[in-house]
Ligand binder design. Sequence first.
Ligand code: LLP
Length: 443
Amino acid sequence: MFLHGTSRINDRGHLEIGGCDTVDLQAQFGTPLYVVDEQLVRQRCREYTEAFKASGLKFQVAYASKAFCVMAMCRLAEEEGLSLDVVSDGELYTALQAGFPADRIHFHGNNKTPDEIEMALDARIGCFVVDNEIELRMLQAIAARKEQRVKILLRVTPGVEAHTHEYISTGQTDSKFGFDIGNGSAYEAVKLAASQPNLELLGLHSHIGSQIFEVEGFQMAIQRVAEFSRTVKEGLSVTFSVINLGGGFGIRYVEGETPLHVSQYVQAITDAVKLHFEGIAPELPEIWVEPGRSIVGDAGTTLYTVGTSKDIPDVRKYVAVDGGMTDNPRPALYESKYEALLANRANEPVEETVSIAGKCCESGDMLIWDVELPKVDSGDLLAVSCTGAYNYSMASNYNRIRKPAVVFVKDGVGQLVVRRESLEDIVRHDVVPERINKQTVLS
Ligand code: LLP
């Protein structure tokens, strides 16, 4: 397993993260356990802000909270000077409860409900990323009733398809998101938005996909958005002060994956903006980005205790851990690959190739196919790396398995940021109607 951030093998032969021995974390917090390397998250935040500062452009880096949205993470993003992107009342509520400044919150989503819009307006969030005409008209009406003027971006699809898994590509024309530039609907949306008395149209938003390893897709999207901005200026006399380029910057999950450094993505973006936006408006637009995975992904490690195993001679050996698709649905959903090591015997030589299974009643509940490990026994501690993004946030209670705890580690201290769910939590929202309790009398 590649050792990210502060991860290292200590002199007890154990995996250590943030100065904390993972075997001690197992004893203290139990497993499965999400462990987040706080220093690495902070480092990633700073890589973005420093790269943008170096570009000389005005900017906002909005952490895409969907990757991992808990109150401690919102606070950390706030401390690092980031803005925040939310896509539901739940993410918005988490951010507000964490005391995140509302004016740095941007609200996304292709189907915001009237209640969500009311809630966000009452909180006076910084910006809505408007996805479609129904939302645009609804936002205008609610803002007018509340006598507010609301800052908005229009989400556009520039017709760029990122090289990534098809389920997470969103920049192409055939997408549920946004106004299409190619078929004229984006132009009509700008016209409509600019004429709404309670909406202040700041600019455009474009997100072309996720886990992207090249800069060409971003450059192409910037070129299309700039051409569109020129058309809009000429045809409607509307200029944009903000261009939001979304997230999608890739990270290294497994050997052979070669994402760029954060500064390379940022430099490619800012260079392309300088090139293509020159002369459209008196000033270059402010650039916003929304990284999620690249802020938290490689800072996360999941610790599991090994339970049973099943050795099928000449076929494979399954080793089962105490979590699985409930805490990490990505292998089942996207065929995502992960690396792992035996955290309690990290220096021992590789002895066998095994496949890591979860504990759900489902054959597809596999975390890793074929990983080389020392001889694995029940009770061993398995660490799976790069689980910081879209693991906790996509976790489920399938099979009524409880969601794990989350711990931030730094300078030798492990700090609980999400408690492990209890069995009481599992039935907390259940209601048994009285009529089901009544005895059925058979006549
Ligand atoms: N902005 C927008 C509008 C987005 O839709 C997304 C991700 C992001 C920013 C952040 O993208 P990131 O930097 O994290 O790649 N569940 C999938 C990923 C879905 C991404 C959805 N949108 C996964 O586990 O890979």
